[in-house]
Write a protein that binds this ligand. Structure first.
Ligand code: ACM
Length: 354
């Protein structure tokens, strides 16, 4: 849509904490397309699993894709699966963005590959939902080759953008974090694709890169400094567009670490006003996120996405939500969702169809 407010209108889906197969992801693409989005970002690695087959590293999926949160159903994408996802995304006007999240969030990789551990001893598989306890180590024998092979491959199968993660590396020594992220960013840039990272890696980003800002508790200064070097910002403030947050205390699924998020809270998000001091010309766009610690089926995903993702689509296309106009159009949109069999939450303030 050439006249949209933002060029980047995305949804990020966590396929690690619970795995979703190609058909479910394509149904999520249908939802994303229906609300005017043009990017689907897949979070493919984390402490609980590794979801993409990487040539030369068969143990990643052999040892670390068979489970998720709670130890339940796992899975991964083969190259043929990925090609199917990419073709489906292309058909729907979506770019598919692969993310391998390093150097933290890496227990599944460490569990699969002895050579990523300094002592060669692999940690146990992890089925919980804590974050910030795992890290690649610069001194482990296979770290450099691993980073090179993984991100070269992601660049090869990407639509021109590769997300490197970089968030919540609480178990990484700061100097080592810089070395590891330097290696990762160098690999991605050398591969000739655009680099995206979570905001914690902002100091490594500049001209041509994208910073994904998610945590309102973190300082904005490194993000602003990166925009001075030419980076653009993708806004994903958890308090507005983390659509795994419970709608209210009555929600059966979802998390609450940043609070409850009703449709009206998402709809009140105005990107231009999100970060004090951020020049609106440095905003590439907006991206909602759906983390899946508590979400196990397509129906769970759909219920958390809708109706809030419709507000995100509106913000991406128009810059903000005109609430009265939006809620007047929503009942007709919801009838379409019902016809498609997409569960949605009946947020207060809207005259939902019966
Ligand atoms: C994040 O939610 N840790 C990016």
């Amino acid at each position: 849509m050439a006249d949209s407010a933002y060029q980047w209108r995305g949804l990020s889906l966590d396929v690690v904490r619970h795995f979703f197969g190609v058909d479910d992801v394509i149904r999520v693409m249908d939802i994303a397309q229906s609300v005017g989005l043009n990017r689907l970002h897949l979070h493919l690695s984390d402490d609980q699993g590794w979801r993409i087959d990487v040539p030369g590293w068969p143990e990643l999926v052999a040892r670390s894709s068979g489970y998720g949160v709670g130890g339940g159903r796992g899975g991964h994408y083969t190259r043929a699966d990925w090609d199917r996802l990419r073709a489906a995304a292309d058909k729907r006007g979506l770019l598919l963005i692969p993310e391998v999240d390093l150097p933290g969030h890496s227990n599944a990789a460490l569990h699969a590959e002895p050579g990523l551990n300094i002592d060669g001893v692999t940690p146990p598989a992890y089925h919980g939902i804590e974050v910030g306890f795992s890290s690649l180590r610069m001194a482990a024998p296979d770290t450099e080759r691993f980073i090179h092979d993984v991100y070269r491959y992601l660049a090869d199968i990407s639509d021109g953008y590769v997300h490197i993660g970089g968030d919540e590396s609480h178990a990484t020594d700061p100097a080592e974090y810089d070395e590891l992220v330097h290696l990762i960013t160098g690999t991605v840039r050398d591969a000739g694709v655009r680099l995206i990272a979570w905001q914690e890696a902002a100091e490594h980003l500049g001209e041509g890169d994208l910073i994904q800002v998610w945590d309102p508790r973190l300082a904005a200064a490194p993000v602003l400094a990166a925009t001075e070097r030419g980076a653009q910002v993708i806004l994903s403030p958890a308090s507005r567009v983390y659509l795994d947050m419970k709608y209210s205390e009555d929600s059966k699924r979802g998390l609450v670490w940043i609070g409850h998020t009703e449709l009206a809270d998402t709809a009140a998000f105005v990107p231009d006003e999100a970060i004090e001091g951020l020049d609106p010309r440095h905003i590439a766009g907006v991206e909602a996120a759906l983390w899946t610690e508590t979400l196990e089926t397509f129906e769970h995903l759909s219920y958390m996405l809708l109706p809030r993702l419709a507000a995100v689509g509106e913000i991406g296309q128009r810059g903000r939500v005109d609430w009265l106009d939006f809620i007047e159009r929503l009942p007709a949109t919801a009838r379409f969702w019902q016809e498609r069999g997409w569960p949605y939450h009946r947020s207060p303030g809207v005259e939902w169809p019966s």
